[in-house]
Design a protein around this ligand. Structure first.
Ligand SMILES: [Fe+2]
Ligand SMILES: [Fe+2]
Length: 429
């Protein structure tokens, strides 16, 4: 049951389920949350005159908690929904009303080691694949399928581990890391959208191979920072056509992967390349990978100093959503990543700085962090693992709230070195 409440009447324990403005115009980039601190209430008061609260998930206007009667028939209906929402390539996909919230079957700590191995295997495969393509050999699709299947399994158990490893990008191997990052994040997004295992695998193969055509473009053009001449731009853009050709000539590559390679730079209003397709003409899988591709390119730029924070990237993509992308998919992507995506560097009210390593869907304002700087910004040796959700209601609640998201490189924090060092000795629990 929903109740309308004026913002200055909000209290801790209420579950906010709707604002008086679109969610995405607020810092609360997700659908609903339980009010746990005065700071959250103050944030809402700054933005909204009124909100709606869900009395089945929190206190009502008078501070009472409704008793929820479990309705089995409702539950059964909920579980049937994913089947109706499966995407179908080349068909316009209707907007799903809700997103499946799959539960994790492994903890972050249990998944980080298998995920690290999978990333290493994927890295070796793509490295070999790229050298094979350069020497004119065809692609071993069977191996790609085996590797992506392993990644799908990991993402389904707990997506945070494999996604966090995207921050390990090795800039000497930009294109290899980019392929694996796009694959990982696409799979995490597909999990969020409720795709089946088989659909995730098809999509993942396409994401992993989306830029193979770059191997037919002179490396000095692909690696050139800054302005490209008209001729260089044409060469660079031809990677989409080359990608389609390479994949078409390989045995066992799913047709969806060819669509993805050819169309991941097409944009909604027809301003993309190579064919200038409009949104309805762009294969659904290619629209998904196109969004993830842009996000990874701006957050992990080839020129490291040009990288922007995930928050900044999502803000920009939200502003571009109608012009460039399938706007509904962009909104879902933002909700999938949340306000503090995995790998973000955040500063707490205490002054301590941490890396977001895990997020619970219900508690997105209180992720699990690896604290790497103390109140005076001196390094924690070793880093401390802290779950902000555990501090949400205690005496230290105000100290352990996130104050802001930092830009990559702030306070000289080298994410990669932290993750490598911590992963090599196992993640502290
Ligand atoms: Fe590309
Ligand atoms: Fe790409």
């Amino acid at each position: 049951m929903k109740q309308k409440v004026e913002a200055d009447k909000l209290r801790k324990g209420m579950f906010v389920c709707d604002l008086d403005r679109p969610w995405l115009e607020s810092p609360f980039l997700f659908q609903g949350f339980l009010l746990k601190s005065h700071k959250e209430i103050e944030e809402i008061k700054k933005l909204c005159e009124y909100v709606y609260i869900d009395c089945e998930r929190g206190d009502d206007k008078d501070g009472n908690r409704l008793k929820i009667v479990y309705d089995e028939s409702k539950q059964e209906k909920k579980e049937e929904k994913p089947k109706q929402r499966r995407p179908n390539i080349h068909k316009e996909v209707k907007k799903p009303k809700t997103v499946v919230q799959r539960s994790y079957t492994a903890s972050f700590e249990d998944e980080i080691n298998p995920a690290t191995k999978l990333r290493e295997i994927a890295h070796s495969y793509v490295e070999k694949l790229y050298s094979d393509i350069r020497t004119g050999k065809s692609i071993k699709a069977k191996t790609a399928r085996t590797i992506v299947t392993g990644m799908v399994d990991s993402i389904l158990r707990n997506p945070d581990a494999l996604v966090l490893l995207n921050s390990l990008r090795d800039h000497d191997d930009y294109s290899i890391s980019h392929s694996i990052n796009v694959c990982t994040l696409t799979l995490s997004f597909a999990r969020y959208l409720g795709f089946s295992h088989a659909e995730m695998t098809e999509l993942g193969i396409g994401a992993l191979l989306h830029d193979v055509g770059e191997l037919r473009v002179p490396i000095e053009v692909m690696r050139k920072p800054g302005f490209l001449s008209k001729n260089e731009t044409q060469l660079m853009q031809s990677h989409t056509v080359h990608g389609g050709d390479i994949l078409r000539a390989s045995e066992g590559i799913p047709p969806t992967a060819i669509d993805i390679a050819e169309s991941h730079h097409e944009r909604s209003k027809g301003q993309g390349y190579p064919a200038g397709l409009k949104e309805a003409e762009i294969a659904h899988y290619a629209r998904i990978v196109g969004i993830v591709d842009v996000y990874d390119s701006v957050t992990h730029n080839q020129v490291e100093s040009n990288s922007i924070s995930s928050t900044e990237a999502l803000k920009n993509m939200y502003n571009w959503r109608n012009e460039m992308f399938d706007s509904h998919l962009v909104e879902q992507f933002i909700q999938c990543l949340g306000i503090y995506p995995i790998g973000s560097i955040v500063e707490l009210d205490s002054g301590e700085v941490g890396i977001v390593i895990s997020i619970a869907l219900e508690r997105r304002l209180q992720p699990k962090l690896m604290l790497v700087r103390d109140e005076q910004k001196k390094p924690y040796m070793p880093p401390r693992i802290i779950n902000l959700a555990e501090y949400a209601e205690g005496d230290d609640a105000a100290r352990y709230e996130i104050n802001r998201v930092l830009e990559p490189g702030d306070y000289g924090i080298d994410l990669k070195s932290y993750l490598l060092r911590e992963l090599s000795v196992g993640m502290p629990h």
